[in-house]
Write a protein that binds this ligand. Structure first.
Ligand code: ATP
Ligand code: MG
Length: 244
């Protein structure tokens, strides 16, 4: 891999680009994933590449929802697999929850490659045996495992498309999205939107879960009751306007 000097002002961003590039060469990240990453970077630049208050509030609500959930699941795609495998592992361990590979550009081979890749990080991901279909969704994102996303009650999605978020909600599931674009359909449709880079948000989410684990259920419910996603998205949008 090309060596980036740690003193480079864009070290972290360049490192992430390289991970995505490597992921592409391994057949894990789709070529379209490079474009999605670029869109994410642009929004990250606008929020000054930091975790803001609006993201922290969403992370807290997400932790509460994931702890209350009976069958939470983490949906993983090619970008999230190469950017955050260790964090996904930590999160699934803390929640004792399942992980499922779900792809827009789905082929049997690519699902297998990603499942095998995650396995190296100690993640036992579902996805290979997906036969069920999410209703009202025409893309390959619809193909899910019965004991995975199909029967989950809370789904954490990253770099998602708005269509599936909407379809999952129609199945009465709660959706938590991590999306740097507060204007995306995904952001608007999700129950909770963490407007932050997945590389910053996931470790914070793990920490928050560890903290809230000690709370009683009614306290978690109260956190959720006080959470208003629309206001969070407006806060994020204001932050972007401020930086222009
Ligand atoms: P929508 O259908 O929700 O309106 P889209 O499907 O057209 O959006 P894509 O470009 O296909 O959007 O998906 C990529 C999304 O993921 C973008 O909104 C982008 O900001 C976001 N994204 C990309 N990389 C990251 C990242 N590292 N962390 C968080 N979000 C990211
Ligand atoms: Mg899309």
């Amino acid at each position: 891999m090309h060596k980036i000097p740690e003193t480079h002002p864009r070290y972290k961003s360049l490192k992430e680009r390289h991970k995505i590039e490597e992921g592409y060469k391994k057949g894990i990240t789709h070529i379209q994933g490079l474009i999605a990453h670029g869109r994410g970077e642009a929004f990250d630049y606008l929020i000054k590449e930091k975790t803001h208050r609006f993201a922290k509030k969403a992370i807290k609500a997400s932790a509460a929802l994931l702890l209350i959930a009976k069958r939470p699941i983490i949906s993983v795609n090619g970008n999230s697999a190469v950017l955050c495998p260790n964090e996904i592992k930590e999160l699934s361990k803390e929640l004792n929850c399942k992980v499922e590979v779900n792809l827009f550009y789905r082929t049997r081979e690519r699902v297998e490659r990603i499942v095998n890749y995650l396995n190296k990080f100690g993640i036992n991901a579902l996805g290979k045996k997906a036969k069920k279909k999410i209703k009202g969704l025409n893309s390959k994102r619809a193909i899910v495992e019965e004991d995975g996303i199909y029967n989950a009650d809370v789904v954490l999605v990253m770099l998602e498309d708005g269509d599936r978020t909407e379809a999952l909600k129609k199945m009465h599931k709660k959706v938590i999205a991590i999306d740097l674009n507060p204007l995306s359909r995904t952001s608007k449709k999700a129950n909770i939107t963490i407007v932050d880079n997945i590389t910053r948000a996931l470790p914070l989410l793990v920490e928050e879960i560890k903290k809230l684990k000690k709370f009683k259920k009614n306290k978690l419910i109260k956190i959720l009751k006080n959470y208003k996603n629309k206001e969070i998205l407006e806060e994020a949008e204001r932050e972007i306007r401020k930086s222009l």
